[in-house]
Structures are given as structure tokens and as C-alpha cells.
Design a protein around this ligand. Structure first.
Ligand code: BGC
Length: 437
């Protein structure tokens, strides 16, 4: 990879928030100590997770959180983004666990940044039902009352786009539904849940509220009109469908007509002002007209009937997951959003960025992160108001349908002994943060 590594990292604005991210289902384990989630039900089925694993133990963070907080303190991050498991909050001892975690973070001088939903819906609920949005707001009120004296920055949802697409349209994630475009209500109900959660958090006195949406530039496979049209369509589905209801208070391209309920009045809730906009960035997508055949998309099979096809981005290094490494895509994404939404775009925080590579001497991960942090700085120089950057992830963890085969951590986890070993990238990030001051 072409890299500036070795040159000093440019300095970010004062007060820039540096952190790392995880999510409950991917690290906590202790599934018997809470009610089941859709992911427990999904992974119990055969052939769902590539290595046949489940998150029953994962990193056993539920019992080893003190060790993980010590790793965060050693890293010197300002903030830690974790998720609160809704099924655990519903279960005896669950709220107390998050009390202990938040207390330990505060004692270590690390700011807790909880995400209130990262895909682990209680198994008895369903995002196809509008009522799930109201149930979510009730749960958010409980969490805000419980943790609000120590938590001052909140994230409502993680990637409603992926949860809709992978979980409900294609069925490769929990709950395993293959509804294709009939999954659109799942997007609407999550967006509604986001808006209701913002209101619930404000009612509890919270002030610093955002969302973590996944975005990436979409490149047309060629200048042919059919490819450009397919790429625009994909951009609507991946980027605009989840950004515009929040930022502009409207669905793009008339998609609101396909959504259930009183969409106009729901959009007023969905567009409840937020304090910052979280972006999870991994890679751009190159998209062209449909091939008429099934396509492999980073290990996921996309059905032939979709009105687009996702193509390989050639000439780039790839991570172990097969994802292309395109740091300048992050600059492009952020400047595009700034140009599209102007003053209506809230300040941005990169809530996830990272890569899967094997090994403890993970020079590839260092090169990836170094290049992406520099690309982020170029967006800052171009005038995008960026306020923070979180690496995915602190620990190797349960990578959803890939099981334990993909390692995203700055810290290696031995899944037999659960021993944690900081990788070379942990030292790189720590030193970079020290140099930022
Ligand atoms: C998700 C994480 C996931 C990561 C890497 C994001 O889409 O929020 O849960 O582990 O990407 O695939």
C-alpha cells in the first residue's frame, strides 16, 4: 500500500475525540445470563455462521471487563464506544453490569459512549412491527435514567442499513429473513426508533446524541448509462435512504411512498435534531448494471434479481476479508456529504474504521489505520467538521456470520484461553495518540 507512514501524523483540532469501538453481542459472551436475542436464535440454526461458532463465550468480556478497561487505559483513548445489550438490560443483573462497566471506565478516565442498539434485538421482538420502535424508546429511557449521571455521549443505533439489508433482505445475518425489498419497513421502523430514542434521551436530560450509520462512496463501474443508473440506485439504498430522513427530514427518490404508516408525521420524529452524525467507513463500492447472475459480495451472495451488481475494485490491496483498502474513499465520502447536505450536516464522528488481518505483528493493520487517519485529516483540511475517530475494534471478536475467522482487534484474543495480547497496531495507536497530545 502506498503510505505516508513514517512522516509525522498531522495534528487534529483540539478536543478531537479518539476512541475504539466494540459491540455487546460480539464480545460479552455470558448468553445464559440474559434473555435470548435474535442472534442467539439465528446462530443456533445450522450453516448460519461459517465456522459453526456462536457468541456464547465470545471474548467473555462480561466477566473480564476490568481487564479490557485496563487495556483501554493503557491505549490512552479518550473514549470507548461499546453497546448496551437490550436483552441483557431486560434480564436480572444486566443493568448492574453496565453500572460496573461505566464506573470502571470513569475511574480509568475513559469516556463511556454507549450504542443503544447494535443488532441484538430481543428474540421476541421484530423490526417488521412498528411497535418495536416504541418498545425501544421505553428501553432507552430506562438506560438513560440508569446511566445518565455518568454517560454524556450517546449513540442510538448502529448501522440500520446493514441490519435491514443483511438481516432482513438477504437473510445472511439475524434474524435471517430474505424479504428483499419487502424489508423496507425494517428500515423505517429503525429510523423511527432512532427519532423516538432521541426524544427519550432528551427527556432524560442527555445532550450529546448521535447515530452510527454505515456509508461509503459508490463508484459506477463505467460511464455507460446503465452502470451509472445502477450505481445511483445503490447510493440511494446504502447512503441516502439512511442519511436523508435524519438530515433533511425526507426520504430520497420518493421511497417514503413505500414505507408503512403515517410517513410524513414519522419523518418529523426521525428528523429530531442530533448533535453529531456518526459514520462507519470500511470501503467504497463499485457498482454496475445487473449481471443476471448471483454475485459474491465479500462472501455474501447477492441474488440475481437485484437491479445492480457489485463489482470488484481492482488494483488495490485487500484485507483478509477481501475488502479493498481505499483510504481516499473516506475523504471522498466526507466531502461528498458536506457538499450534498451543506450546513444541515451535523458535525461528523467516525464511529468505526478498521480491517481484518491475522497476526500479532500486524503491520498491514498499522498501514491501513495510518492511511485512513491521514485521509480523515485531509477531509478536515477540506473544511469538513470532523470531531472524532473510533477504531473498530479494541478486541478480536465474534464477526457475525464469519464467526471468529476475521480478526479486527488491536488486541489479539486467544479463543481457547481468552488471553488478550496487544498487537503491534495497539502500540502504534497508543503512540499516535500520545503524539497528538
Ligand atoms: C459493524 C460491526 C462489524 C464491522 C466489521 C460493522 O458493519 O458495525 O459490528 O464487526 O462492521 O464487519
Amino acid at each position: 500500500m502506498a503510505t505516508d507512514a513514517g512522516n509525522p501524523m498531522p495534528r487534529f483540532p483540539a478536543g478531537f475525540l479518539w476512541g475504539v469501538s466494540t459491540s455487546a453481542h460480539q464480545i460479552e459472551g455470558a448468553v445464559d445470563e440474559r434473555e435470548p436475542s435474535v442472534w442467539d436464535a439465528f446462530t443456533a440454526g445450522p450453516g448460519r455462521v461459517k465456522d459453526g461458532s456462536t457468541a456464547a463465550v465470545a471474548c467473555d468480556h462480561y466477566h473480564r471487563y476490568r481487564e479490557d478497561v485496563a487495556l483501554l487505559a493503557g491505549l490512552g483513548v479518550d473514549a470507548y464506544r461499546f453497546s448496551v445489550s437490550w436483552p441483557r438490560v431486560n434480564s436480572p443483573g444486566g443493568p448492574e453490569f453496565y453500572d460496573r462497566l461505566v464506573d470502571a471506565l470513569c475511574a480509568a478516565g475513559v469516556r463511556p459512549v454507549p450504542t443503544l442498539f447494535h443488532w441484538d434485538l430481543p428474540a421476541r421482538l421484530d423490526w417488521l412491527e412498528r411497535d418495536t420502535a416504541s418498545r425501544f424508546a421505553e428501553y432507552v429511557s430506562l438506560v438513560a435514567e440508569r446511566l445518565g449521571d455518568r454517560v454524556s455521549k450517546w449513540i442510538t443505533l448502529n448501522e440500520p442499513a446493514e441490519h435491514t439489508l443483511l438481516g432482513h433482505a438477504l437473510g445472511v445475518h439475524a434474524p435471517g429473513k430474505q424479504l428483499l425489498f419487502d424489508a423496507l419497513p425494517v428500515a423505517h421502523h429503525q429510523l423511527l426508533a432512532h427519532g423516538l430514542a432521541v426524544r427519550a434521551l432528551r427527556a432524560a436530560g442527555a445532550t450529546d446524541i448521535g447515530i452510527a450509520n454505515s456509508h461509503g462512496p459508490v463508484w459506477a463501474a463505467s460511464e455507460e448509462p446503465a452502470d451509472a443508473e445502477a450505481a445511483d440506485f445503490y447510493d440511494v439504498l446504502l447512503n441516502r435512504l439512511f442519511a436523508e430522513p435524519l438530515i433533511l427530514g425526507e426520504y430520497p427518490c420518493g421511497l417514503g411512498e413505500l414505507m408503512p404508516g403515517d410517513v410524513e408525521s414519522d419523518l418529523k420524529v426521525i428528523a429530531e435534531p442530533i448533535d453529531w452524525y456518526g459514520v462507519n467507513y470500511y470501503a467504497p463500492a463499485k457498482v454496475g448494471a445487473p449481471h443476471g447472475t448471483e454475485i459474491d459480495f465479500g462472501g455474501i451472495t447477492l441474488p440475481a434479481e437485484l437491479p445492480f451488481s457489485v463489482r470488484e475494485i481492482e488494483g488495490r490491496p485487500v484485507t483478509d476479508f477481501g475488502w479493498p483498502v481505499v483510504p481516499e474513499g473516506l475523504t471522498e465520502l466526507l466531502t461528498t456529504f458536506r457538499d450534498r447536505y451543506g450546513d444541515r450536516l451535523p458535525p461528523v464522528v467516525i464511529t468505526e474504521n478498521g480491517c481484518s488481518y491475522e497476526g500479532i505483528d500486524d503491520q498491514d493493520r498499522i498501514a491501513y489505520l495510518d492511511a485512513h487517519v491521514r485521509a480523515l485529516h485531509r477531509a478536515v483540511q477540506a473544511g469538513v467538521d470532523v470531531r472524532g475517530y473510533f477504531v473498530w475494534s479494541l478486541l478480536d471478536n465474534f464477526e457475525w456470520a464469519e464467526g471468529y475467522a476475521r480478526r479486527f482487534g488491536l488486541v489479539h484474543v486467544d479463543y481457547d484461553t481468552l488471553e488478550r495480547t496487544p498487537k503491534a497496531s495497539y502500540g502504534w495507536f497508543r503512540d499516535m495518540l500520545r503524539a497528538q497530545g
